[in-house]
Design a protein around this ligand. Structure first.
Ligand code: PLP
Length: 390
């Protein structure tokens, strides 16, 4: 929430009915709060929902991505090298790549997209003659629940003999070509942070069909040990590979399960709000670029790009904020412009114009299930008034 006042139309909101809270309170009363039955139930339910054989819960979306990359390297699924990803993402993506010991590499996003990697640029980066070093995996990000160019990217990666890994942190329930996002790659990583479609306090998960990878994921999140059910008493503290504690809690899983139970309704409400907002903002397309959520996509939030040079994004945001409408900038600083990634600045100078433009002119508003058609009308009305007066 920006500013001292709670926004009237927040980007995200969290509410649970007493009925939904009952199983969460039962978990608290049980005294068993570290990973147990609720986490197992969540893993089974999420694997089933996404359409993958395995799901391994993590403490966050970032640690799911980090643990997934570590396990993929330990099993030989991903070789050393660079991980080619989108510069238009939350910092968790590039940080996980780097902390897992890989060099991040970037392709620009497709012009006019809200974060989809440009397949032509990926193809160029995968050419054997490309400079910049060996690309070991392609990591598209399904920003806002919009499917990144999966058919092309999986084809390109397969031709190069490398895996696709999906950052599906924001893509709960979104599907492309009849398959849920997160199930296309060697693995997919999700975040169940509070603002997401299925919130789980702080929790993440990796989904995969690869049994060997799933075993390694369970080891990586538990100090590199063998699963408790399989180890001898004498090897309780034996680390077979390098790992850390990336476990989540029963409480997180119970909160997420309570939302997963009604995911179809949550998605329908989000889609309805997004569709209405797109309809109401049609008159503003001279000044704004709007998203197109294809059938099967679940909006994480509602992104916009200001195309009117007469008003700066941050001024537009503050005018919306004054009218009680919370907004977030659309990654105002791409990794190659951040102090932590100074070393990449020169290599990518001038090479990521579409990501830079999204970072400069993009923002998003909420379209979550607790917002109404009236809220969408209030957003559209405020946008129209601001653009008229600017
Ligand atoms: C695209 C993307 N990747 C990774 C993450 C990291 O997830 P978490 O905040 O749960 O660590 C997020 C968080 O929202 C995200 O939006």
């Amino acid at each position: 929430v920006s500013g001292p006042e709670r926004a009237r139309i927040p980007v995200a909101d969290f509410r649970m009915s007493s009925q939904q809270l009952a199983p969460v309170i039962a978990v608290l009363r049980s005294g068993r709060l570290s990973e147990g039955r609720s986490v197992e139930r969540f893993e089974a339910a999420w694997a089933d929902y996404v359409g993958c054989r395995h799901c391994v819960a993590f403490s966050s979306g970032s640690t799911a991505l980090l643990g997934g990359l570590l396990a993929a390297r330990q099993t030989g699924l991903v070789q050393d090298g660079r991980i080619l990803t989108s510069p238009s993402s939350y910092a968790g993506t590039v940080n996980a790549v780097s902390l897992a010991g890989f060099q991040p590499a970037f392709a620009d996003i497709e012009p006019g997209s809200f974060g989809a990697l440009d397949a032509g640029q990926v193809a160029a980066a995968l050419r054997p003659t490309a400079t910049g070093g060996h690309v070991a995996a392609v990591l598209p990000v399904h920003l806002f629940g919009l499917p990144a160019n999966l058919p092309q990217l999986t084809e390109l990666a397969a031709a190069a003999g490398i895996p696709v890994i999906e950052d599906a942190a924001q893509a709960h329930g979104s599907a492309a070509a009849g398959r849920r996002l997160g199930s296309f790659g060697a693995f997919g990583a999700f975040s169940f942070y509070m603002s997401h479609t299925v919130p789980g306090i702080e929790m993440g998960a990796v989904v995969t069909d690869d049994e060997n990878l799933a075993r390694q994921l369970r080891s990586v999140k538990d100090q590199g040990r063998r699963p408790a059910a399989e180890r001898e008493p004498a090897e309780e503290f034996t680390a077979y590979s390098m790992g850390l504690n990336f476990k989540t809690s029963e409480l997180s899983a119970a909160v997420a399960l309570a939302h997963l139970d009604r995911i179809d309704d949550i998605i329908a409400r989000r889609r309805r709000n997004a569709e209405l907002l797109t309809h109401l903002l049609q008159a503003q397309t001279g000044a704004l670029r709007l998203p197109a959520f294809p059938p099967g996509a679940c909006p994480f939030a509602y992104p916009l790009v200001l195309t009117d040079p007469g008003i700066a994004r941050d001024r537009f945001r503050s005018l919306l904020g004054e009218r009680g409408i919370e907004t977030r900038p659309l990654f105002p600083c791409i990794p190659t412009q951040q102090p932590a990634y100074r070393a990449l600045r020169e290599e990518y100078a001038g090479r990521l114009p579409h990501s830079e433009a999204l970072g400069r002119d993009g923002l998003y508003v909420g379209c979550h299930e607790h917002l109404t058609a009236g809220d969408m009308r209030a957003i559209a009305g405020a946008v129209a008034r601001i653009l008229r007066k600017k």
